[in-house]
Ligand binder design. Structure first.
Ligand code: PLP
Length: 384
């Protein structure tokens, strides 16, 4: 239950210097780093500068602790989690894993998916069955209609990058399971801000870039692959760290690991796990339920204000106040005739958001407050 008052959120906001240095409504593009995240990342960089990384094992152990924390955030086990450099890379891996060679392959996904979901599957020869988005709303039935005889998966973003439509993962996962088709989720716009339970939602594979709502900076994308999926597919890439016994250093023919960390073919950016571990600690400490409720409350207030002031919202918005029953998220798309120009003007005023698909995308995170939203409304009115 939501019991945290304004003073709690004011304290939390102090952990984000970027929130005092501008009106930061741009987490959907890049999330600012909280102080504990910066400190943790910096401690490893400093260590490498002052003494080198003679204690390489320490960094590996930190990566494994981070893997456990990330797994817990989505109801998974550490063995289900791997790390890729970005979501595009992860989607390429999944496209290769789910593809049936010597056959036609198709995938069903919404027509407004981010290119990281879309391009890899097209590149790997899939027919993309794109379901139409009507009035900003993505419909499960339409996605199911896109499942044909050559279907290999249904894919959807949990939260859409442009208009913020939030998919009911439990519903879509159950429908996919009913059809016996794998369910792939792009959680880049939601992990860290809305709860995810991979088992409850029957998710086969999920990936999420960590530089947005996870607030962990650049360089990592979380990849979840379920045990069942691992048993039915083959890892498409292999490197010296894809094997269980990585210190063989020999030409021996060794087997690839059966756990998702097999995708980390070689050394990955070990400093980044210090940032990611600290960001998951912060999210877990506040509680992802509390974060979701905070975002839901602020974004509802903001959408209501926009409507009162006569601005047109291109996002689908429902009237649910409970985040668990709603399709709303912190991403709201406001219609604008010249979003690039408006973006430039707002930028000069220290108001940060992004021009996207015919409008200005505002993304509201838990460190934002009503003053941020008031300042944006005022600036929008001045734009005319
Ligand atoms: C839904 C979604 N997926 C992926 C990305 C980023 O992809 P990548 O990690 O490949 O750069 C974005 C960035 O805007 C996004 O909104």
């Amino acid at each position: 239950m939501y019991q945290l008052d304004d003073s709690f959120w004011s304290e939390v906001r102090l952990k984000f210097p970027a929130a005092s240095n501008g009106v930061y409504l741009n987490t959907a593009a890049v999330g600012p780093l909280a102080n504990p995240v910066y400190d943790s990342y910096h401690s490893h960089i400093l260590h490498m500068n002052r003494v080198g990384d003679w204690n390489y094992t320490r960094a590996i152990e930190n990566m494994e602790r981070t893997r456990e924390k990330v797994a817990a955030l989505m109801g998974a086990e550490a063995c289900d989690i791997g790390f890729a450099p970005n979501t595009s890379h992860a989607m390429n891996l999944l496209a290769m894993m789910f593809k049936v060679s010597g056959s036609d392959n198709s995938i069903s996904m919404p027509d407004i998916e981010f290119p990281s979901s879309l391009y890899p599957f097209r590149y790997h020869g899939y027919q993309l069955n794109l379901s139409p988005t009507i009035n900003g709303r993505i419909d499960c039935d339409q996605l199911i209609k896109g499942v044909d005889d050559n279907n290999r998966a249904i894919l959807a973003s949990h939260v859409q990058f442009s208009n913020g439509f939030r998919m009911d993962l439990d519903e879509l996962g159950a429908r996919a399971e009913g059809l016996g088709t794998p369910f792939i989720v792009n959680a880049t716009q939601s992990l860290g801000s809305f709860p995810i339970d991979v088992k409850k939602s029957k998710i086969s594979a999920l990936t999420a870039s960590c530089h947005k709502w996870m607030g962990a900076g650049y360089g990592l994308s979380v990849v979840y692959v379920s045990k069942e999926t691992r048993e039915k597919t083959k890892w498409p890439l292999m490197g010296w760290l894809s094997v269980a016994q990585e210190d063989l250093f020999s030409a021996e023919d060794v087997k690839i690991k059966e756990i998702t960390s097999a995708i980390e073919t070689g050394v990955t950016p070990l400093s980044n796990y210090y940032a990611l571990g600290a960001s998951v600690d912060l999210i877990t400490e506040i509680g992802v339920e509390n974060i979701a409720t905070r975002i839901q409350t602020l974004s509802t207030q903001f959408a209501d204000r926009l409507a009162t002031e006569g601005f047109e919202i291109l996002s689908f918005r429902d009237q649910e106040s409970e985040h668990s029953k709603s399709h709303n998220s912190g991403n709201i798309l406001i219609k604008n005739e010249d979003p690039e120009k408006a973006w430039e003007i707002l930028n000069k005023k220290g108001i940060y958001l992004s021009p996207r698909r015919g409008g200005l995308r505002v993304s509201i995170n838990y460190f934002n407050n009503t003053s941020d939203l008031d300042q944006l409304i005022l600036a929008l009115k001045e734009l005319g």
